[in-house]
Design a protein around this ligand. Structure first.
Ligand code: F6R
Length: 638
């Protein structure tokens, strides 16, 4: 297990432990919990645990289950109090925290049912106050919480103590913050279905725990984590109240730590050992901070920006400026497949072979055009053999209403053409019947899943045709890990890897483009990427083409690479941007409003264009050429 150790810093007001991977952090937390349970057991006492739900604790619970099943850890002496529950909420609903806790932990360990406490979302409103007081009393009667496990919301909430919560607040009914509601929408299918209120332990309740562990994984938590750890104590970020607790640890992965000063701008914290990468980061940071193009930065600017030691090492600003400017300049290419008959020593891609086999992996059926549509168009226009492999069916992200519309179409068509009408009527009736009775968040019938997958397949085909990708070069993988019919996916399996190997062997690409959401510990994109990594690792040393293959990573729909990371920047002209937009429009089921819009109200094409404009603007600000838009890639050396 690797813990990334950094020097103590004056910026951080809470003890933070950074792990390279979320899974390592989760194991460390589970070990501590197991230690408390065993210690109490030896003394013949109960261990009283405050538990959280959401995506953050899942890894911890998995490790606790493993410890129970493989190492004999018993939960017979464990009493639990969960932080919160939506209100109103029935315990058997898929979104309830009762359902979550049983599925993720309680059903797999030997905890006694009478020792489980989860706030009751079924109460009548007039019972709530008394119930909350009793919840507090129950915790006290058990001797208080030995440990409270916490995740953190993007509003800075702990439990459901949203901004504005008092440090002394107790268990109560609260209103959820609009941002929390948006984040919860993924579990409730639509934002309108998310309850507006919740029952939650108070900040004061949490602060009484003898030990607190706050965990955060993934880049989406980086900003709020920085405010919690480095900001002043304020009810605007309720998690910052933890700074007043004497025994708290913050456990994070490297991505959630990204905004901490020691990680983001280590030169502000202490002496650095400078390498090319760090120099590039520092100079770009300085240029943006001083609002000056790189080539105009002076010795004085370096000194004012706490970069004197870098200046000493490099001699003067001029040398540093030129070095970094040239490095960024060399990332720009209008030839993402390499420029034929040219010196490629300073270019991101090789000149030879002039015509390449390019394989674009797209986790969902629209990530290719959303994230790299301009580059895809260029590759086709420049005569490369472009293949697109859609890794999952994406059937989950289609509205029921669209499935019904296509089922109607299929029946109408069959009736009009007199084709297998009787059977089509049966299938159509089955779809109508299923959708009529479908519960919120319920898994679709296989028939409905099929229709939804076909809708997305048709859209991807249309987008590829529009971009000029040949039909025989379009591949639909339907990776099995995705096909659960639910938001929750299976872990990456052997069949997924084998399918990825098969497609790689078939195409033997010179270059691969893949969604590189390395910073997201969960989610479909990460699993799809892991499948590619696993497949390439197995093929390496076995097949010659692998040695010669470049793997380029694009970011998913949500974010762009940080400018200092970019290794290939493909400029997109205004006309190309318009063509890219039209390709994205082919994905009609995702248009106007998507089933999973995430936490961004803009449509996919708008996010994509905004992001491409922003990258171009950044290059411009740094003093490079001014383009309409830029798509960005990082090369992964496997
Ligand atoms: C859950 C809870 C919340 C979550 C927070 C983070 O019981 O109280 O505070 O911990 O919203 O959620 P995830 O882990 O899903 O990002």
């Amino acid at each position: 297990m690797e813990v990334l150790n950094y020097p103590e810093t004056t910026f951080e007001k809470l003890p933070v432990v950074i792990f390279e991977h979320a899974a390592q952090g989760a194991i460390r937390i589970a070990q501590e919990i197991a230690g408390i349970i065993r210690h109490k057991q030896q003394k013949g006492k109960k261990a009283v645990l405050g538990l959280a739900t959401g995506s953050s604790p899942i890894g911890v619970y998995q490790e606790l289950i493993r410890l129970h099943q493989q190492e004999g850890l018993s939960f017979a002496n464990v009493v639990t109090f969960n932080l919160d529950e939506y209100y109103p909420m029935q315990p058997d609903e898929l979104q309830s925290y009762v359902y979550f806790m049983h599925e993720q932990l309680f059903d797999h360990v030997d905890i006694l049912p009478e020792n489980i406490h989860i706030p009751d979302g079924t109460l009548a409103i007039e019972q709530v106050k008394e119930y909350c007081q009793a919840y507090e009393q129950q915790i006290k009667d058990c001797g208080g919480l030995d440990l409270q496990l916490l995740g953190i919301g993007r509003t800075g909430h702990i439990g459901f103590n949203e901004p504005g919560s008092a440090s002394t607040s107790v268990t109560r009914l609260v209103k959820l913050d609009p941002l929390t509601i948006t984040d919860a929408a993924k579990d409730f299918i639509k934002e309108e279905f998310v309850p507006l209120r919740a029952l939650t332990m108070g900040v004061g309740t949490i602060m009484k725990a003898r030990r607190i562990i706050l965990m955060a994984w993934g880049e989406s938590k980086a900003r709020i984590l920085q405010q919690t750890v480095e900001g002043r104590i304020s009810d605007e970020v309720p998690a910052s109240f933890l700074q007043n607790h004497p025994n708290v640890s913050v456990v994070v992965d490297q991505w959630a730590a990204l905004e901490l000063t020691r990680i983001k701008t280590p030169w502000l914290v202490g002496m650095c050992s400078w390498d090319d990468n760090l120099i590039r980061r520092a100079v770009i940071w300085l240029s943006l901070k001083m609002q000056k193009p790189i080539l105009k930065l002076t010795d004085e600017d370096y000194k004012d920006g706490s970069l004197s030691d870098l200046l000493v090492e490099a001699g003067n600003a001029y040398n540093l400026n030129i070095k970094v400017f040239n490095a960024i300049q060399h990332t720009i290419t209008g030839w993402p497949g390499g420029k034929p008959n040219s010196n490629d020593a300073q270019r991101p891609e090789r000149a030879v072979p002039a015509s390449k086999r390019s394989l674009v992996f797209s986790p969902h059926p629209d990530d290719d055009v959303i994230s790299m549509g301009g580059t895809l168009l260029r590759l086709v226009d420049q005569g490369h053999e472009v293949h697109v492999a859609y890794q999952t069916s994406g059937n989950l992200a289609v509205f029921d209403d669209d499935a019904r519309r296509f089922a109607d179409f299929a029946l109408d068509f069959a009736e009009k053409q007199q084709l297998g009408v009787a059977q089509m009527r049966q299938e159509h009736a089955a779809v109508v019947e299923f959708l009529k009775h479908k519960k919120l968040g319920e898994e679709d019938s296989l028939l409905v899943q099929d229709i939804k997958a076909l809708i997305r397949k048709g859209e991807a085909m249309a987008a590829c045709r529009f971009c000029g990708v040949q039909e025989q070069h379009i591949h639909f993988m339907n990776m099995p890990f995705y096909e659960t019919g639910q938001v929750k996916k299976k872990p990456l399996g052997e069949a997924d890897i084998e399918e990825t190997i098969a497609i790689l062997q078939q195409i033997r690409p010179h270059q691969i483009f893949a969604a590189g959401d390395l910073r997201d510990p969960h989610g479909t994109h990460r699993i799809c990427l892991d499948a590619i990594f696993a497949a390439l690792a197995r093929l390496k040393g076995q097949e010659e083409w692998v040695e010669d293959c470049y793997l380029w990573l694009y970011r998913g729909a949500w974010q762009e690479w940080d400018v200092q990371e970019i290794e290939m920047a493909v400029p997109i002209s205004p006309e190309e941007l318009l063509r890219k937009r039209k390709a994205i429009f082919k994905h009609q089921s995702q248009k106007d409003s998507a089933v999973f819009p995430g936490n961004d109200k803009r449509e996919f094409w708008q996010r994509s264009e905004d992001r491409n404009h922003a990258t171009a603007k950044l290059y411009d600000k740094l003093g490079l050429a001014e383009y309409e838009a830029i798509e960005a890639f990082v090369r992964y050396r496997f």
